[in-house]
Design a protein around this ligand. Structure first.
Ligand SMILES: [Cu+2]
Length: 187
């Protein structure tokens, strides 16, 4: 009586095992683009970018996701944190995000992407002045050159000494602000 179901089970298990090598890989959100995308989350944990020290090859994309509060990302010069590097520095604008009712982390329905054009360091900060995010250490870097002495910790220490308000650009520029491909993703 029990022989047939057991045989079927064995056959099914054999079938799954032998089929595995030909199974297609699970599509990911980056499959629609030929570029590598590095995700950075602004606002977790606390006033931080996560990760805040990113290594990204030229041609890749850094995609910023924004958690609750009202964060932003702006490109700075290493020597002058909390201010735009120059008139061409990227600026994401602000991303107001309310808290979820249950207290869990929520994220903006929009993201901001920049293209990594070369292997030079890209320094950045959050320009939110309520709570002085940049001066509190909400800074980061793409392609830091550790041997140069220009490290993220030196940049963060300099940011803590900035007395005036953090600077912004007149408008979003230097990247792409668009729909979040995974707004319900848990961070
Ligand atoms: Cu912020």
């Amino acid at each position: 009586m029990f022989t047939t179901p057991l045989l079927l089970l064995a056959a099914a298990a054999f079938s799954l095992t032998t089929a595995a090598p030909t199974t297609q890989p699970t599509p990911s959100k980056t499959d629609s683009s030929p570029r590598i995308t590095h995700t950075v989350v602004a606002g977790r944990p606390g006033l931080r970018f996560d990760p805040e020290n990113i290594f990204a090859e030229p041609g890749s994309i850094v995609e910023f996701h924004f958690l609750q509060l009202n964060h932003s990302v702006v490109e700075a010069a290493f020597a002058a944190p909390c201010q735009p590097k120059d008139a061409a520095s990227f600026y994401s604008g602000f991303f107001p995000v309310p808290k979820n009712a249950d207290g869990s982390a929520s994220q903006s329905k929009e993201v901001f992407q920049i293209e990594v054009k070369d292997d030079k360091p890209i320094w950045f900060y959050c320009a939110q002045d309520k709570g002085r995010h940049c001066q509190s250490g909400m800074v980061g870097v793409v392609n830091q050159k550790v041997d140069s002495g220009k490290t993220l910790e030196v940049f963060r220490t300099a940011a803590k000494g900035v007395e005036g308000p953090a600077g912004v650009q007149a408008a979003v520029q230097g990247g792409w602000r668009g729909e979040n491909p995974n707004p319900l993703g848990g961070f």
